[in-house]
Every structure is written in structure tokens, then in C-alpha cells.
Design a protein around this ligand. Structure first.
Ligand SMILES: [Zn+2]
Length: 704
């Protein structure tokens, strides 16, 4: 029988994997002998590994925006995390593939990539619900560990697998683990990896491996174009930079990039030509035979990657505006070309990357002639990008984002920016590092050491209110509230327009129970910053304490109108009614939080508790079950369900649920023996062995 002439092989699926903060040279396939990255190494063995890849920006959101649009940051307009979003007129790879009949989905793992920043364009599913995760440590980015992101992407793949007819998919999965803080989450991987950073990379690799293995099992991996990369690297103290974002040296600019599609790309090959993140979209479209690549700033590298044509001679552009946006220092712009790097800064830099790959010897101005063509190339890219620039809406960032960006060093308070004005980041770095180190020491309660560092900063720069404000925070942590107040007042004398300092003084007054003074301070904060939702939330709280519920609600509503994605305000109101034992009203507000954030774990538990306390047992059980579904690894939902069952005539059920809770890590005798709710369960013969199980589970296994 003749094959119809119009028969064409279906287009391959597309899987883009990005691992955050992953230096190329920490992967086994890029030559790091101590790496534990078997999945990524195998991908390289089965595909083309690009050896010379540069990101457009060492910052998560701008880098991903370049990957997804094929445009440089000055063209797509997203110059930093947090206060930019990709504009609607941008055309993303997802939009193009969606239009071509692809089923699209994205799974991201960090708050800096949630949909409010615009990368959701073209994705039918954009899974950015991080509210079921643990509340991050003070100031840290809300993130989702690789295995949970992989679980959710795999669940989506199962649905896709069962769908009929099965459209090709475009799936983007983002893993965040290697980003600071480096938590040694998984003991077996931590033991294999040389540093906590490498353990996080190993954790991400495990997530990558699970995705690829599943596609292999389904028999569709060979029909899937895989592009694996990182948004940027990590300095690991090179050039005095602890993490990433301030500089554009290769430590943070060079990233891995691996392509896999058997029959199109050779196995176990390398490509040594220059590649940019902006080339990914046009190359994907090129492989699929789809138009659209020409409207990007990138180059379709399909034929070059296959070895059919010589590598195009591309200029690699990178920028960072973080020092400027965050600290008022000068921004950095640079290009890599033909073995050289040029960095435009107040003190410009030129490096010979072949002789000096660590960029330790600045050849400028000695070799100014060699810099000139690079300067011209940089100017050409800037001009071309500006000519086609999209407008990226800047947005008011929510409080949690602002706090974490600030603490991670992505944003400084305005007063600190003024202190840093126009400085070359190379010069500002020492001061920045000292303040940053002090801030981190405060977070981990190493207050004496923090105080010493801050004293040093103030000795050199007595006008530095950032150091003064941190000293005040040290005093708060020591519970020396008078000293804290003294420091904050001194800070305001230096710079009176700091609304946050008024807010901090308002919070101190609240702790003393001085509602009038607290109210006065929060009003001052609001006069200086009319959108300060934190001040509104506190003014609402003060009204509530005074018994003025209507006033409290009005403040909370006002805050919500300004930042509807700020669920803490609803939660605060709910918690208030909960503390007053007005459980019906508490539940009403928890429901409003859950309407916006259905997987907010702590709120599910609180909603369950509220329902339980006003006697609605079925509703309570529903919330606990939902909490259980959201966080299958937590003992809390099972424990609460056990209490509910024990109180409602089902002590046997309670015992079984407590068994589940122990398996999931419940290890508190007090919670079992001291809780009157469990009275009926304690009478059962199985109680003793339950306690034994808990003891056994809590005792570490003997070595050997
Ligand atoms: Zn990143």
C-alpha cells in the first residue's frame, strides 16, 4: 500500500530545561571531575554539547526572558528581577509553538519567575504556585525543590501521554536548587558532592534525570528536542563576588547548553563556536521547520550544530543593571568576541580570555587599540536593540519579593543607593560585601560579629544609614528595644524620608503596647510611601486591637486593592479572628486567601482548624485532606486529622493516622501525650506500640 504523499513525520516535542545558577564548569560533562551529575552528563553523551555559551544577563528573569524571546535585555526590556515584567507585545517561543499546535506547559521553581513577570505568555499551563512550599527563611526567595517541581511536571506529562489525539508538547521546566542558600537537602547526594553548592546541582540533576527517564520509558525521548541550559553561573567568591548579579565575568556569564534530538544532532559531539541564549529560540524554530526565528536577534544554529556549516562568528553581549538598579552604582555592559572580553564601566576592562580565562589581568588601557572593535560591536548591539525595544512594564513589587530581593543583595534601600551613586561596582563591592555579610550574620543570629562589621562600616562612613539600620535590627534581635529605637531615630536624623524606618519605629511602639505612637509612625510611613501595604496592614492591626473591626477591615481592604497578590493581609485578618476564637469569620478570610492561593499549606491547616473549632467536622476534614494532598511529606495534616477523629468517636482511625504522622516525621512525645484531644486514642491497646514506633523512628540508625 502506498504511503500518502502528504505524509510527514509529526513535529518533535520540545523540552527546555533551565537550571538556575549553574556554572558550566561544575558539570561532569564540562570537565569537573568531582561532579555528581549523571543525568546531564548522559544527555551530553547523547547530544551536542556547546562549549562557549554566554548568558545575556547574570540575573534570573532577564536571562530567561532572553531565552524565551530570542532578544537581548535592552530589546525585550526586562533589565532586572522584581520590578520589570515582559511586555505583552513580546513574542515568546511558547506563543509561537502554541500557534503551531503545540500543547504548552511551564513549571518554575522560584518566586522571581511567577506569572506576574510575564513569562507565562503562550503557556496553557504555567505552574508557579509556590505557596504550598515552606515559608522561606527571612529574606530568602520562595522556592520549590527540584523533586517537587519534577513531580508536577511528570504528572502533567502523564496527562499528555493519555491525551488523544496527542499533540506535540512544549514543556519548560526550571529548577532552582543551586541558587543560594545552599541547603544540603538530600543526604545521599550531599555525601557525593564536594560542596553544598555541588550538592544542590546534584539535586537538580536528579530532577532532570527523572524527566528524561520518564520520556525514555514512554518511548518519546527520541521524538523530543531537548535543550538544556542555565540562566547564569555563580561567582563563588571570584572577583570578590559571593553569588551573582553584580559583575559580568565568565564565572556568571558562561553557562552550559546541550541539544539532543537523535537523527538531527550527532551523539557525543561538541560545538566550540560562540553561542548566545538568544540563539536558542531561533534554533528550536529552525529544527522544527517553523518560521519566526528571523524576528529574533538570534541566529539559527541548526546547520552549524550539525557540522554542516562552519560556526558563525557571533558577538556575545552581556549586561547587568543590578548594581545600578539595586545600589545606584554604575551598570555594566560587555561583549565577548574572538577570545577577548570588553566590559564598559567607569574603569573599563579588557581581557584575553584564552591566556587569562579567570579575567585577572585587565589589559585596558595598555591595549586600548584591541578594545576598539569590541567597543564598536557593543555600540552596534546597543543601537540595534534600542531600535526595536519593547516597553516592559515596571511594576510595584510585593513586600515579600522586595524583602528577599533586598536581602539577597538585589535591591538596596534608596539611602544606600545614594551612598553608592555612580561608583564602579569593582570599587563598591567591598562596602557592599561588608554590609551584605553583616545582613546575613544578623539573619543567622551571629549578632556580635555583625555588630563588629557594622562598626567598621560606620567608622569609615559615619553617614551610612544602612549600617545604622542594621545595627538597630541587631538590637531588635537582642530584645534591646531602647537601643534599637535610639539607632533608628539617629538614622532618621541622617535621612528623614525613610518610610521603612518609621515603620520599624511603629513596630517597636506596637511591641511596647504604645498604640498611639505606633499609629503615628505608620501614618508617617504612609505619608512618605502612599502604597506601603505593610503600614496599612499594621494600621489595620492596631484598629483590630482597639476593637475597631470595621476600621481594621477597611485598612486591609485598602492594602489588598493596592497589591491583590499579597495574601498576608487576608491571612492577618483571618489570624486575628482566629485568635479571638471567632472561627466562623476566621474561616471566611482563610477562604479568601485560598481562593487566590489554593495550595497555601499553612492556610489550609488554619482553615481546617477554624472549621473544627466551630464544629464543622466534614469541612475541617476536607481542608486537612487537601493539605495532605499538597504536602504529602508533612505530618501536620495527619496529626490534625487524628485529633479530629479522636474527638469524634473514631479513636482507631486516630491511631492509624498518628502512625502515618510518625512515618512522616512526627517526633514529639508532648504532642501525643500532652494533647487532651487524643484522650480516647490513648485508651487503646495500640497506643504503647505507637510510642515505641516513634522512638524507633526518631533514633538514628547505628552506623555500619
Ligand atoms: Zn537565576
Amino acid at each position: 500500500m502506498a504511503v500518502p504523499a502528504c505524509h510527514r513525520r509529526a513535529r518533535p516535542n520540545v523540552l527546555v530545561i533551565t537550571v538556575d545558577t549553574l556554572r558550566a564548569d561544575r558539570l561532569g560533562c564540562y570537565g569537573f571531575g568531582l561532579a555528581h551529575t549523571p543525568a546531564i552528563d548522559r544527555l551530553a553523551e547523547e547530544g551536542v554539547r556547546c562549549t562557549d555559551v554566554a548568558t545575556a544577563a547574570p540575573i534570573t528573569l532577564p536571562a530567561h526572558a532572553s531565552i524565551m524571546t530570542g532578544l537581548y535585555p535592552p530589546a525585550h526590556g526586562v533589565r532586572d528581577n522584581g520590578n520589570y515584567a515582559l511586555g505583552q507585545e513580546a513574542v515568546t517561543l511558547a506563543e509561537q509553538l502554541h500557534a503551531a499546535g503545540y500543547r504548552t506547559a511551564a513549571f518554575v521553581s522560584a518566586a522571581v519567575l511567577t506569572r506576574r513577570y510575564g513569562l507565562d505568555q503562550g503557556f496553557a499551563v504555567y505552574d508557579d504556585d509556590l505557596w504550598s512550599e515552606d515559608t522561606p527563611p527571612l529574606f530568602m526567595i520562595r522556592e520549590r525543590p527540584a523533586q517537587r517541581t519534577a513531580d508536577r511536571a511528570l504528572a502533567w506529562l502523564e496527562d499528555w501521554w493519555k491525551s488523544a489525539p496527542r499533540q506535540p508538547f512544549f514543556l519548560w521546566v526550571h529548577f532552582f536548587d543551586p541558587h543560594q542558600p545552599y541547603n544540603r537537602r538530600s543526604n545521599d547526594l550531599a555525601a557525593l558532592a564536594p560542596t553544598p553548592y555541588d550538592a544542590e546541582i546534584a539535586e537538580a540533576d536528579r530532577g532532570v534525570g527523572r524527566l528524561l527517564d520518564r520520556l525514555r520509558q514512554q518511548g518519546v525521548l527520541d521524538e523530543t528536542l531537548v535543550a538544556f541550559t542555565a540562566d547564569h553561573g555563580e561567582s563563588l567568591e571570584e572577583h570578590g563576588e559571593p553569588t551573582h548579579g553584580i559583575f559580568i565575568y565568565d564565572a556568571t556569564i558562561r553557562v552550559p547548553l546541550i541539544w539532543r534530538l537523535p537523527g538531527v544532532f550527532g551523539a557525543n559531539t561538541t560545538y566550540d563556536g560562540p553561542v548566545r541564549h538568544i540563539d536558542i529560540a531561533s534554533t528550536v524554530l529552525g529544527v522544527l521547520g517553523l518560521p519566526g526565528g528571523d524576528s529574533t536577534q538570534g541566529t539559527n544554529l541548526l546547520q552549524a550544530l550539525r557540522g554542516r556549516t562552519p560556526p558563525p562568528d557571533l558577538v556575545q553581549y552581556s549586561e547587568t543593571r543590578l548594581a545600578e538598579e539595586g545600589f545606584g552604582m554604575a551598570p555594566l555592559f560587555g561583549v565577548r568576541h574572538a577570545g577577548r572580553k570588553w566590559i564598559q564601566a567607569p574603569h573599563p576592562e579588557l581581557y584575553d580570555l584564552r591566556q587569562d580565562p579567570r579575567e585577572l589581568t585587565n589589559l585596558y588601557p595598555r591595549d586600548a587599540a584591541a578594545a576598539r572593535p569590541l567597543e564598536d560591536a557593543l555600540a552596534a548591539i546597543t543601537t540595534a536593540s534600542t531600535r526595536r525595544a519593547l516597553s516592559a512594564p515596571t511594576r510595584l513589587i510585593d513586600r515579600e519579593t522586595e524583602e528577599m530581593l533586598r536581602a539577597l543583595g538585589y535591591i538596596a534601600p534608596p539611602e544606600q543607593r545614594a551612598e553608592m551613586a555612580g561608583r564602579d561596582p569593582k570599587d563598591g563591592m567591598a562596602l557592599y560585601n561588608k554590609l551584605q555579610e553583616a545582613r546575613q550574620l544578623v539573619q543567622v543570629d551571629r549578632l556580635d560579629r555583625a555588630e563588629t562589621l557594622l562598626g567598621e562600616v560606620l567608622a569609615a562612613a559615619p553617614e551610612n544609614v544602612t549600617a545604622r539600620n542594621l545595627l538597630a535590627f541587631v538590637a531588635v534581635k537582642r530584645n534591646e528595644l531602647d537601643e534599637a529605637e535610639r539607632q533608628y531615630v539617629a538614622s532618621l536624623e541622617q535621612q528623614p524620608r525613610q518610610h521603612r524606618v518609621h515603620g520599624a519605629l511603629g513596630a517597636l511602639a506596637l511591641r511596647r503596647g504604645d498604640l498611639d505612637e505606633s499609629e503615628r509612625r505608620f501614618h508617617l510611613a504612609l505619608e512618605l510611601a502612599p502604597n506601603d501595604v505593610e503600614a496599612m496592614s499594621n494600621l489595620g492591626f492596631i484598629d483590630a486591637v482597639r476593637g475597631n473591626d470595621a476600621g481594621a477591615e477597611a485598612w486591609y481592604e485598602r492594602a489588598i486593592a493596592i497589591d491583590p497578590t499579597y495574601p498576608h493581609v487576608h491571612r492577618r485578618l483571618a489570624d486575628l479572628f482566629y485568635d479571638r476564637k471567632d472561627y466562623a469569620r476566621a474561616l471566611q478570610y482563610y477562604r479568601r486567601v485560598l481562593a487566590a492561593l489554593p495550595e497555601y499549606f499553612e492556610v489550609l491547616i488554619q482553615a481546617g482548624n477554624s472549621a473544627r473549632f466551630f464544629g464543622d467536622v466534614p469541612t475541617a476534614a476536607e481542608y486537612y485532606d487537601e493539605a495532605n494532598r499538597v504536602r504529602a511529606d508533612s505530618w501536620i495534616p495527619s496529626y490534625n486529622l487524628a485529633c479530629l477523629r479522636a474527638l469524634n468517636g473514631a479513636p482507631d482511625d486516630a491511631l492509624a493516622l498518628l502512625g502515618d504522622a510518625i512515618e512522616r516525621g512526627l517526633a514529639s512525645q508532648e504532642l501525643l501525650d500532652g494533647n487532651p484531644d487524643l484522650e480516647t486514642a490513648r485508651m487503646l491497646p495500640g497506643w504503647r506500640s505507637l510510642l515505641d514506633r516513634m522512638q524507633t523512628a526518631a533514633t538514628p540508625a547505628a552506623p555500619g
